[in-house]
Design a protein around this ligand. Structure first.
Ligand code: FES
Length: 175
């Protein structure tokens, strides 16, 4: 497992050894994303300062490549499969339902930071098509109804957890 310290070191190392080669910008951005989980504003300024590439150009590169993110990932990362087996089983309808239920588009993150929606080419469970993963959990043979049910269950559990945490804070404060 790559530790935060190792990622930090890798990011600093890449910045330090940057020699102005145009091809270096991508690994540098990749390194920033590995470190922060996305590319924050401060990393763009930092990279721009070190490389001399104007911020607007750095930003242009980030938005050109779909692998780069300008927002942090949600607590739950949904990977909706749009591979061939899922596609023929109405994966598009599943993705549309997810967008509607979450109120975001693919590659977006909900405002509460709970969900990030992405698509993948194949999860490797084609016999369960259409399929999605939420973090490490696989959900298969999806229908628009079951998708909404799964998302609402995650939200319900999250709200219950938050209420429990708030109640225990209240108890601690009352002591
Ligand atoms: S195509 Fe969707 S799991 Fe393989």
């Amino acid at each position: 497992m790559i530790t935060t310290a190792a990622r930090n070191e890798d990011f600093s190392y890449r910045l330090w050894r940057y020699d102005g080669a145009p091809g270096e910008l991508i690994p540098l951005l990749q390194s920033a994303q590995d470190h922060f989980g996305y590319i924050p504003r401060r990393a763009i300024s930092y990279i721009s300062d070190v490389t001399g590439v104007p911020e607007s150009e750095v930003y242009g590169v980030i938005t050109f490549y779909s692998q780069f993110r300008l927002q942090p990932m949600g607590k739950y990362v949904i990977k909706a499969c749009d591979g061939t087996a899922c596609h023929v089983q109405n994966a598009r309808m599943i993705i549309d339902t997810l967008e509607d239920e979450l109120g975001i588009e693919v590659n977006g993150t909900t405002e509460d930071g709970l969900f990030t929606l992405s698509t993948v080419a194949c999860i490797g469970c084609c016999s369960l098509a259409p399929v999605m993963m939420i973090n490490d959990d696989t959900h298969g043979r999806l229908t628009p109804q079951s998708v909404r049910k799964v998302i609402r269950e995650y939200r319900r559990r999250e709200n219950a957890e938050r209420s429990r945490a708030a109640a225990s804070c209240g108890e601690t404060a009352a002591r």
